[in-house]
Design a protein around this ligand. Structure first.
Ligand code: TRP
Ligand code: ZN
Length: 498
């Protein structure tokens, strides 16, 4: 109802300058507007300022679904002189309204907004914390596709997560690395920063020489002009914003085009490594095609159009992240970390959690991939790793062994604990219990089937248990998964010996 006066005034404002025939049309439109107003419904609604995530309720926004981000960014290194606009950006966010909208929100933390337009018309906007509220000149209809253009500039922020880790815009010795799990992507571009709204991306970045810019997807073009280089990165497959990345710095680049040395199937590989890490990284990153091939045999076809890795040295950050296409490592990885991050391309990047509570669907699976890799390469079997964790002699210290049982994988007690060992190790143990119940062949089929069924989509824990039940019904009808869910996935404390 709020929108009705707004729409009527819009009509009367333009009325005096239009001819009679158009006036008639306008009068008709006005009548229709009034009719739909009296019918109530969603007319005049505002998109919500969050999606009610159990741990990050303000993250994301309701009322629309983003289909594409077009980011055009310019980076300036810290110079000590002049203004400190490290980043200037134009974000063109294309979305479909899921209800009629008089106003909607984008997430953007920090930065100065210079202008906002919806379609070709300037829009009003206001800011409160991470919420950028946009009021377009004209209401948006349910189902309408609309384009929001935000011009912004500033020095992007670094975020400290509830668990104390740093993300967002992370300085390096020679540039910057942008990482976004779970919320940091809103420091460098405005958008719907919840994992449930995935979209295609075009990220075009201009940096001064000799710096390079590396991002997700494929490098469409690289062009130099006036001492600056512009890199255009294209991501066609849906991507959650938390796995979007931007790495700016000096890098040793190794890449193979579409057709050669990449994988057996010619998947393009693009690897960017900080020069201080290049020698240490070379051998392990040379194994990317081998890992992809192994993972494809287990999990099904690789879900994206290219792969690779980024190795950089962000200050005060020691974690790796499964950024889409090419994971980021804070130094030369070992083979298991490489396996973990590449496995996330299936479990996390392609099949993405619906909320941050479903984190074990990422980490339990990527951890189990490490177990399978070891089993397949003459190391410990998954059973041995499971047994060591269960017996409490996996880690060297008692506290770490006990921490595995702190909470059920599907129910982390707070945002600060979504990346703790119950999510990783006990999450992987859930999968091992499924394997025990259904047998090896059905289990491997299930892992692959899940990645196929939900490819490029989103899923939550209930989706997974329902899928596993259905799959087990067909392939191992005698299996009883009830205790796996009750004791291992949702149950408090260490489950009893079977
Ligand atoms: N997802 C990363 C991995 O397992 C780890 C990680 C990095 C993380 N940042 C995070 C997990 C923030 C949860 C929240 O490789
Ligand atoms: Zn992980």
């Amino acid at each position: 109802m709020v929108s009705c006066p707004h729409r009527i005034s819009g009509v009367s404002r333009s009325a005096p300058v239009v001819p009679a025939a158009a006036l008639l049309t306008l009068a008709l439109a006005l009548t229709l507007t009034l009719v739909s107003c009296t019918e109530g419904a969603d007319v005049g609604s505002r998109g919500s300022a969050g999606l009610g995530d159990p741990y990050f309720p303000k993250l994301g926004n309701g009322g629309y679904d983003v289909t594409h981000y077009g980011l055009t960014l310019q980076y300036e290194p810290p110079s000590g002189i002049g203004n400190d606009d490290r980043l200037r950006g134009t974000a063109v966010v294309t979305a479909r309204a899921t209800r009629a909208l008089d106003a909607f929100n984008l997430d953007l933390k920090g930065m100065d907004v210079e202008s906002v337009a919806v379609g070709d018309a300037a829009a009003r906007w206001s800011r409160a914390g991470q919420e950028l509220t946009v009021t377009p000149a004209h209401g948006i209809d349910e189902g309408e596709r609309f384009r929001t253009t935000v011009r912004y500039a500033g020095a992007p922020e670094t975020i400290t997560d509830p668990d104390g880790s740093r993300e967002g815009w992370l300085p390096t010795a020679d540039g910057v690395l942008a990482l976004g799990e779970p919320t940091g992507s809103m420091t460098w571009f405005p958008g719907n920063h919840h994992p449930s709204d995935k979209a295609a991306y075009d990220i075009t970045v201009t940096v001064p020489e000799p710096l390079r810019a590396v991002s997700n997807g494929e490098l469409r073009s690289e062009s130099a002009k006036n001492g600056r280089t512009t890199y255009a990165w294209h991501t066609a497959e849906p991507m959650a914003s938390y796995v979007a990345t931007l790495a700016i710095g000096t890098y040793e680049i190794r890449h193979s085009g579409g057709g050669g040395t990449a994988g057996s199937d010619g998947l393009p590989v693009y690897v960017a490594v900080d020069p201080t890490q290049a020698e240490k990284s070379r051998a392990v990153l040379g194994r990317i095609p081998e890992v992809i091939e192994w993972a494809e045999a287990g999990f099904g076809p690789y879900p994206f159009s290219s792969t690779g890795a980024i190795v950089d040295r962000p200050e005060d950050v020691a974690y790796a992240l499964e950024t889409q296409n090419r994971p980021v490592f804070p130094g030369a990885p070992d083979i298991l970390l490489l396996v973990h991050e590449l496995a996330h391309q299936w479990y996390g990047d392609s099949v993405t959690p619906k909320t941050w509570r479903d984190m074990w669907l990422n980490e339990g699976f990527a951890t189990y991939a490490e177990w399978l890799w070891q089993e397949d390469h003459g190391g410990h079997t998954a059973q041995e790793i499971f047994d060591a964790l269960y017996a409490g002699d996996y880690y060297e210290d008692a506290a770490s062994n006990a921490a595995v049982w702190d909470f059920p994988p599907a129910k982390p007690p707070s945002a600060a604990r979504i990346s703790d060992s119950p999510v990783y190790q006990r999450g992987a143990m859930v999968l091992h219990k499924i394997r025990e119940a259904v047998g090896d062949d059905a289990f491997l089929g299930l892992l692959r089937g899940w990645a196929t069924d939900r490819r490029h989509g989103n899923a939550d824990t209930a989706d997974f248990t329902a899928y596993a039940e259905r799959y087990a019904q067909k392939t191992a009808p005698d299996a009883d998964l009830t205790p796996v869910w009750g004791d291992w996935l949702y149950g408090e404390g260490k489950p009893p010996e079977a």
